[in-house]
Ligand binder design. Structure first.
Ligand code: FO1
Length: 316
């Protein structure tokens, strides 16, 4: 198998960590990172793309190591001033981060597609990977809960994922098309593997797969598709994956994640703490320590994932 070009699908923090490891693991190769934009929203008049920005900051070495989102060494003068004026301060925009949202909003209003803006930001931040939104059309994740229906950031940040989830909707999915740069990556003869990062399968990867035709394009690429489990020892490293699974009536276990991806997958990377579930997974499994606490862990998990994909026979 060729690892000259790897395509990874990612949500926010967990996905960006593996993408960072993949970038180093492929050396001189190419990484295309297709990122969820279902979390995007308009806030204070600005277009905010949280998962795209987490990818940009992580791959540029600018990410806040404590939160995983936002920028390191950030200052909060804007937020403090806004708070003082009684403005909306539940979603925290740091001073440096604010520049990203202001400039993106200006360029979108001038008619540029999101993908072109993100590609330019990545180039200016010195990122070698191609970071692409899954789609240039708006697709918005909406969470149906016992307390009502919420836009994603309302549910995730303002309500801290407290309401009990009943279902998840991707508004605008039928009008969305896969981003052209993503389709180009899938048609690249040098493409050797597709990696589904350990992001929330229901909130972060599902919106990507909800873009009509994308699943078929992924399969048609004819390269191994492997997912890295977001569950470690039956629990979530960060975020509400386990909570949402329980609320949706899905047993909180890594084999259920492999089952959820189903036919799309050729292989599954399972955490060593969940090794007992191996026999319940209908696809080849690689067992390893998937926790990415350090930069060294990121590269190790990425290398093992690519080696595993390389060992899989090219599917169908
Ligand atoms: N997450 C929070 O929990 N609280 C915040 O105030 C917050 C602000 C924020 C600002 C910019 C940005 O790009 C991301 C931000 N996030 C914040 C993270 C983010 O909204 C979520 O982690 C993702 O949408 C889920 O992947």
């Amino acid at each position: 198998m060729n690892t000259a070009h790897v395509l990874a699908l990612s949500g926010g923090v967990g996905g960006a960590k593996l993408a960072d490891g993949l970038m180093q693991a492929i050396g001189g190769g190419r990484l295309t990172l297709a990122v969820n934009t279902g979390d995007d929203f308009s806030h204070l008049g600005l277009h905010v793309s949280p998962d795209i920005d987490t990818a940009l900051y992580t791959l540029a070495g600018l990410a806040n190591p404590e939160t995983g989102w936002g920028r390191r060494d950030e200052t909060w003068t804007f937020m403090a001033a806004l708070d003082r004026l009684g403005g909306e301060s539940w979603f925290r925009l740091g001073d440096g981060d604010l520049a990203t949202h202001v400039e993106r909003t200006r360029r979108l209003a001038a008619g540029e597609p999101l993908s072109a803006i993100v590609a330019d930001f990545a180039r200016r931040l010195g990122i070698a990977a191609d970071i692409v939104p899954m789609s240039d059309q708006p697709l918005r994740t909406r969470v149906h809960t016992d307390d009502g229906v919420f836009d994603f950031q309302d549910y995730f940040v303002r309500l801290q994922c407290r309401p009990v989830t009943r279902s998840i909707e991707f508004v605008g999915a039928q009008q969305a098309r896969p981003c052209a740069a993503l389709l180009r990556a899938l048609a690249d003869p040098a493409l050797g593997a597709i990696v589904i990062c350990p992001s929330n399968p229901y909130l972060s990867i599902a919106p990507i797969l909800a873009v009509p035709g994308l699943r078929e394009h992924l399969r048609a690429a004819g390269v191994p598709i492997v997912a890295v489990s977001p569950l470690v020892g039956g629990a979530t490293v960060k975020g509400p994956t386990a909570k949402i699974m329980a609320e949706l009536g899905i047993p909180v276990a890594a084999d259920e994640i492999a089952h959820h991806y189903g036919e799309l997958l050729d292989g599954f990377v399972l955490d060593v703490r969940d090794a007992a579930l191996r026999a319940r997974i209908a696809r080849p499994v690689h067992v390893t320590d998937t926790l990415m606490l350090t930069p060294v862990d990121r590269v190790r998990v990425a290398r093992e994932t690519l080696d595993f994909a390389r060992r899989l026979r090219t599917p169908r």
